[in-house]
Design a protein around this ligand. Structure first.
Ligand code: SAH
Length: 347
């Protein structure tokens, strides 16, 4: 068993772990922490494998070890599966199944749930959102283009023109018009019909409306001249089979607005909508969730990494103190707005 274990660790080129990217000044601290964590995970798994008498569970733990250390997982996957798509998919399922049974994953989940405090079980029904629109309680809507989108648009576009943007939970964000005016196309999903109609009307755009055969009860509202299509439906009814994949995603008031218990489902959907070259700009909010029930909800960085880290690179682009009177009214003492750039690992 000891021999098998040492062969296994030797088969992994150690220089690929945590050292592929040159750390920037701002990420040095984070990288140091990750390295420490990586080493301690490796050490405890090695100890576990030593104790394990059963070859099957030993192999399972080895794969799990590789899965947790994503960079190892990638290099091993390349060696084992090459470009065979079937083997890659099988590999992914195997890793996920093992990882989800692991006590380590359960611990991590429990830790994240405890970080969410009272918000972990908070549920907002679709009808409540509709009510907010009907009563005009839409404090989340901003009349100006969002600063974080403006500040980071070059990083999102990365030199590309005519990009297909996806807006999950789009509301009537004026950011959609701003991007369409720059020649990009926009697809949004929003449950409230009132929000969608107001978007076109307030921006002086004509629109057509038609049913979406694949989603019972859904409609799509379009302005063809500007290339904007807004689907009125539950986000989870939407998929890449309806309108393809996207080269960019702007997620403002979306991951932070969905029910916290739905985050895994949400992340899986978003990943499935990302084209290979997709650049996903995500706003998260950091505050003490015990002081305010949300929405918007608190999304800890740890959870961001557990949701997207296995298939995507995550880079913190911007972090600002966004405390205003509104947050003081909510009872908060600190409120930070972060912008992350999330890109598929293979790109
Ligand atoms: N992104 C927008 C709106 C944020 S508020 C902005 O920046 O202004 C969240 C929006 O999501 C609301 O308009 C709400 O009606 C919509 N919504 C909430 N849950 C939804 C769901 N499951 N499917 C589709 N839309 C949803």
């Amino acid at each position: 068993m000891g021999n098998l274990k040492s062969k296994f660790w030797q088969s992994i080129p150690s220089r690929t772990f945590y050292t592929e990217r040159q750390p920037t000044e701002s990420s040095t601290k984070r990288l140091a922490l990750q390295a420490k964590l990586g080493v301690s995970i490796q050490a405890s798994l090695a100890a576990f494998i030593d104790r394990s008498a059963c070859p099957v569970s030993c192999a399972a733990e080895q794969i799990l070890a590789v899965f947790i250390q994503e960079r190892h997982a990638l290099s091993l996957r390349e060696n084992m599966c090459g470009s065979n798509v079937f083997l890659r998919v099988l590999w992914l399922f195997l890793c996920r199944a093992i990882a989800s049974c692991s006590p380590l994953t359960a611990d991590r989940q429990a830790n994240i749930t405890s970080m969410l405090g009272q918000q972990a079980d908070r549920v907002m029904a679709l009808g409540e959102w509709e009510e907010r629109w009907q009563q005009n309680k839409i404090g989340f809507h901003q009349p100006e283009v969002h600063k974080m989108l403006k500040n980071n648009i070059d990083k999102v576009l990365n030199g590309r023109t005519g990009v297909r943007f996806f807006f999950p939970l789009c509301g009537k964000a004026v950011d959609m018009k701003w991007l369409a005016d720059m020649g990009h196309s926009v697809v949004g999903v929003e449950i409230s019909e009132k929000a969608i109609r107001q978007f076109f009307e307030e921006n002086n755009m004509t629109y057509t409306e038609e049913p979406v055969p694949a989603i019972p009860g859904a409609k799509v509202y379009k302005n063809s001249e500007k290339n904007i299509s807004l689907y009125q439906c539950d986000l989870y009814a939407f998929s890449s089979s309806i309108d393809g994949q996207f080269g960019a995603i702007w997620d403002r008031g979306s991951l932070v607005a969905i029910n916290p218990a739905d985050r895994e489902k949400y992340a899986a959907l978003i990943i499935s909508l990302m084209a290979k070259d997709c650049r996903y700009l995500l706003e998260t909010l950091l505050y003490n969730p015990d002081l305010y029930e949300g929405p918007p909800f608190f999304v800890p960085d740890e959870q961001l990494h557990s949701l997207f880290g296995s298939s995507c690179d995550i880079e913190l682009l911007q972090s600002v103190d966004a405390m205003t009177d509104l947050q003081r009214q909510w009872g908060l003492d600190k409120f930070t707005q972060n912008a992350h750039l999330i890109t598929p690992k293979s790109s």
